[in-house]
Design a protein around this ligand. Structure first.
Ligand SMILES: O=C(O)CCC(=O)C(=O)O
Ligand SMILES: [Fe+2]
Length: 211
């Protein structure tokens, strides 16, 4: 018999409550665990994140070498850890939702795709040999509705998620079975009409912040 591996998030019911938000689970894949979540951010929070990020965007850099790459044609920025009340609130909510201490959180990343821009399929975890404190899960939060295109796409699962303002897709890749981690290959489909803004929260296996 095949026994299902432990996941990071343990679900009890169709809602997840944090101190200040009630989040709805509206879709799920079991293995690897992928959740579609609604009401992760309020509209006001989405707009505020975009406003704060707007003037701080630069062309996206990929991975450790930080070389500008065509793998991702969007632009990006990172907020500083807990840099203001809004960022603190969102980091705390993410940590409560995922049940992982905020010290494991990477700085919140904002991505902006203009029409035609995309993010080719990739893994969020680092694949080079000796990573000691790798990423274990991702929460990709949508900050606006996209008119056409811009889905988060999981090619190995033939599954895509349509961006919806305030909603998010969560996935984890902390499995012993490497094949399950590899199934989290994902990308951002080209935005056909309009633009797309996302906020990505990655969590590390161990504490990442110097506090
Ligand atoms: O834009 C998306 O839908 C995916 C973003 C993503 O894969 C990431 O931030 O690592
Ligand atoms: Fe990603």
């Amino acid at each position: 018999m095949n026994v299902k591996e432990q996941t990071i998030i343990h679900l009890t019911g169709n809602r997840m409550k944090t101190t200040d938000q009630e989040i709805y689970i509206v879709g799920k894949i079991d293995e690897p665990l992928i959740l579609i979540l609604e009401n992760v951010l309020s509209y006001i929070e989405c707009d505020a994140l975009v406003d704060l990020a707007k003037n701080r965007m630069e062309r996206a850099k990929i991975g450790k070498s930080h070389v500008v790459s065509d793998i991702r044609t969007s632009s990006s920025m990172f907020f500083d850890e807990g840099e203001n009340e809004l960022i603190q609130r969102i980091e705390t909510r993410g940590s409560e939702l995922l049940n992982i201490p905020v010290s494991h959180a990477e700085p919140l990343q904002i991505l902006h795709y203009k029409s035609g821009e995309q993010y080719q399929p990739h893994y969020d975890y680092f694949t080079s040999g000796n990573v000691v404190n790798n990423r274990i899960c991702s929460l990709v939060m949508y900050l606006n509705d996209v008119d056409e295109g811009g889905e988060t796409y999981f090619p190995s699962l033939h599954f895509s998620v349509t961006p919806k303002k305030g909603s998010a897709v969560y996935f984890e890749y902390f499995y012993n079975d490497y094949h399950l981690n590899e199934l989290t290959l994902h990308g951002g489909n080209p935005v056909a009409v309009g633009g797309k803004w996302v906020a990505t929260q990655w969590m590390r296996r161990q504490s990442h912040r110097q506090i």
